[in-house]
Design a protein around this ligand. Structure first.
Ligand code: KG4
Ligand code: ZN
Length: 339
């Protein structure tokens, strides 16, 4: 008998309907259906549209994940589902599907934290022992520096953004530059043809603790564009991106130095950014810090991360959630699963 738990994870916190299946720390399937194109013309995710899209996509996404993993529902040891933070209506589609499966199959269900799951996806490499790390979690709603000792038992937040999240800043600047939604990938692409040193945009809170502030940067970019209408847009995108990447990595590496923890995990949607990944590799090598950046498809929202977080919780002996557990729009990072 295989002693590693076989877990199916469901993610519906925003616009991705995603299901992942893992066995222990091995990824078996990762299927994602996105409704992003239905939101593009509104310039942001419309909760009602996202919820309906989850409902339509869910059965096919679950079936495809089972086929990819070559397992049947009866084989599962546990069902994991994002229970927050996220859009409540969207979360409820995922938690309802998970409750239905758990009830029909008589399997335990775990309501898990979306943010912890972003970090937990890094555990999906069974060849590597799990060890303490500093986490840089950068997504559409969060930018935090975290001390990760044991993912399943909770983590310690060292700092977070005091205004916009990093992904939110990318999305807002993309709108000012009249780029497509979501803005992160669009800025990433445009910046490839720009000069990151062209404009010296401010690095907020550079010298203080582990907190971030990106609202001053946003104001500086929009003022620059108003004052310099003929500005080369690729240079603006590249210089803006450089300012964000610089602040994120300066603080994350300061945390590794000050805690003596020589491993850095960068996770969340913004971790898919090509400049952040390249610069992180360069700076970590120079500082002799071991860098973990999940593949881009596992950085943006996915079900594998939920299955990974659930599997770590099961292996650590965490109690399943009580059916009917709440979906929450905000959850502290130090609560990986809840009753
Ligand atoms: O983690 P995620 O998929 O969803 C949340 O939990 O928020 O993160 C979405 C965020 C969006 O703000 C998106 O613009 C940003 O991640 N993002 C990127 C890139 N890909 C996604 N930001 C910069 N560069 C990228 N390549
Ligand atoms: Zn996310």
């Amino acid at each position: 008998m295989n002693t590693q738990p076989l877990v199916l994870g469901i993610e519906t916190s925003c616009d991705e309907t995603a299901v992942g299946i893992v066995r222990g720390r091995t990824l078996l399937a990762n299927v994602i259906a996105s409704s992003v194109e239905e939101h593009a013309r509104f310039g942001g995710v419309v909760p009602e549209i996202a919820s309906r899209a989850h409902l339509e996509a869910m059965p096919a996404v679950i079936k495809q994940a089972l086929v990819e993993a070559n397992v049947s529902l009866r084989d599962l040891d546990a069902i994991g589902v994002t229970a927050g933070p996220g859009l409540i209506g969207a979360l409820l589609v995922g938690t309802s599907a998970a409750h239905g499966l758990a009830l029909a199959l008589d399997k335990p269900i775990y309501g898990v934290n979306h943010l912890s799951s972003h970090l937990a996806v890094d555990a999906l490499d069974e060849t590597r022992p799990l060890k303490p790390a500093i986490g840089l979690l950068v997504s559409g709603g969060h930018s935090s520096i975290i001390q990760v000792t044991d993912m399943a038992r909770g983590v310690k937040v060292l700092g977070a953004t005091i205004d916009d999240a990093a992904g939110e800043a990318f999305d807002k600047i993309a709108r000012i530059l009249e780029l497509d939604f979501p803005g992160g990938p669009a800025i990433d692409r445009l910046a490839l043809s720009g000069d990151p040193g062209a404009i010296d945009f401010p690095r907020g809170l550079q010298d203080s603790d582990y907190n971030f502030s990106f609202s001053g940067l946003k104001t500086a970019v929009s003022r620059y564009l108003k004052q310099t209408p003929a500005a080369h847009r690729a240079d603006v995108a590249a210089s803006f991106q450089e300012a964000i990447v610089d602040v994120l990595l300066t603080k994350a590496l300061r945390a590794t130095a000050e805690t003596g923890i020589d491993s850095l995990i960068i996770a969340g949607g913004v971790a898919a950014n090509s400049r952040l990944r390249a610069e992180a590799a360069r700076r970590c090598a120079a500082s002799k810090v071991e860098l973990h950046t999940p593949p881009p498809l596992l950085c943006t929202d996915n079900g594998a991360m939920v299955a990974a977080m659930t599997s770590l919780a099961v292996s650590a002996g965490a109690a399943p959630s009580t059916p009917g557990f709440p979906t929450l729009s905000t959850v502290p990072l130090d609560q990986p699963t809840w009753a």
